[in-house]
Design a protein around this ligand. Structure first.
Ligand code: ATR
Length: 273
C-alpha cells in the first residue's frame, strides 16, 4: 500500500523497458514489509538523474547500461570491487553522499555458492562487463581461467588483468573444463534457440552457469542438463545481486532462506519465456 511515508528507490539506465529490477526489488520490499517502491527512470542524461537522486534523497539507485562506468564521475566514493572493475551497479546515498558499489560480484558468488572454483578449470564465454566481474571473482578464488570470445582482443585485455589463457572453439573439445560460464547475451529471449557453445559435448562432472536469465533455462543449460551436468541459471545471480543491493541500503544481512524461493517463483511467472 503506497501512502505518505512511502520512499522511492530507482533504477537508472537507457533503455529500461526490459529491466527486471522493478519486479525484483518490489517483490523483495513486499516480502520484507518495507514501505518503499523502486521505479524505473529511463533517461539519457546522467547529470539529470544524479540531480534527481540528490533532490529526492533516493537511498538506493540500481545502475545499468549505459551508465555503469560514467556514473563514477558523480560519486563521492566507492568500494574496492568498484575500484577493480571500474563499474558501478548500485549507488547508496548516506548523509547526502553518493557511494558506489558493484553487487554483480556478490551475485556471481551467490550463484556459485555450492560450486568449488579453487584450482578448477573455468571457461568464460564472452569478454564484456559481466565477464570482467566474473574474472575478478575467479581470480580472487584461485580458479584457472580459459577465455573464449568472438573478439579475441577483448578477451586478451581481460586476461592481462585477471589472468587465464585464450582458446578457440576447436581447442575446447580437447580441454578438461570443470566449469563453463556464459556471459554473452547469446540465448537470451527472443533468440531462445541460440547456443553460445553449439555442438559441445558436456559431461556429468561439469557445472554450467548461464548469466542469461530469460529464459530461466537457456538452450545452453538444456543441452548441459541432458548430458548430466549441474546447471545454474542466471536468475540466481540476478536475485543475489539484488538482495545484496538491499543489504547495502539497509546496512543489515537479509535471511535468504525462504525469500529467494519466493522471488524466483515470482520472476519465473513474470518473465517472457
Ligand atoms: P556486458 O557488459 O553485459 O557483459 P557486453 O559488454 O556487450 O555486455 O559484452 C557482451 C559479450 O558478449 C562480448 O564479449 C561480446 O563479444 P565481442 O567482444 O565480440 O563484442 C559477446 N557477444 C555479444 N553478442 C554475441 C554474439 N551474437 N555472439 C558471440 N558473442 C557475442
Amino acid at each position: 500500500m503506497i501512502n505518505n511515508k512511502t520512499s522511492l528507490n530507482m533504477v537508472i539506465g537507457y533503455p529500461l523497458e526490459h529491466s527486471q529490477s522493478p519486479i525484483l526489488h518490489n517483490t523483495i520490499y513486499q516480502a520484507l514489509k518495507l514501505n518503499t517502491v523502486l521505479l524505473a527512470f529511463p533517461c539519457w542524461e546522467i547529470q539529470t538523474l544524479i540531480q534527481a537522486i540528490k533532490t529526492l534523497t533516493v537511498s538506493l539507485t540500481a545502475v545499468t547500461m549505459p551508465f555503469k562506468e560514467e556514473v563514477m564521475n558523480y560519486l563521492d566514493s566507492w568500494n574496492v570491487d568498484v575500484e577493480a572493475l571500474q563499474a558501478v551497479n548500485t549507488i547508496i546515498q548516506r548523509q547526502g553522499k553518493l557511494i558506489g558499489y558493484n553487487t554483480d560480484v556478490d551475485g556471481i558468488a551467490y550463484a556459485l555458492r555450492t560450486t568449488t572454483v579453487a584450482h578448477k578449470n573455468v571457461l568464460i564465454i564472452g569478454a564484456g562487463g559481466a565477464a570482467r566481474a566474473l574474472a575478478y571473482f575467479l581470480q580472487k578464488n584461485n580458479a584457472h581461467i580459459f577465455w573464449l570470445n568472438r573478439t579475441p582482443e577483448k578477451a586478451e585485455k581481460l586476461s592481462n588483468l585477471f589472468g587465464g589463457e585464450l582458446i578457440n572453439r576447436k581447442q575446447i573439445n580437447d580441454l578438461q573444463v570443470d566449469i563453463i560460464i556464459n556471459t554473452t547475451p547469446v540465448g537470451m529471449y527472443p533468440q531462445k534457440n541460440a547456443n553460445p557453445l553449439e555442438n559441445y559435448l558436456f559431461n556429468y562432472k561439469q557445472t554450467v552457469f548461464d548469466m542469461v536469465y530469460n529464459p530461466t533455462t537457456t538452450e545452453l543449460l538444456q543441452q548441459a542438463q541432458k548430458n548430466g551436468a549441474k546447471i545454474i541459471s542466471g536468475l540466481d545471480m540476478f536475485i543475489g545481486q539484488g538482495i545484496r543491493q538491499i543489504e547495502l541500503w539497509l546496512d543489515t544481512a537479509i535471511d535468504k532462506t525462504n525469500l529467494v524461493k519466493h522471488v524466483r517463483e515470482k520472476l519465473q511467472r513474470e518473465l517472457i519465456s
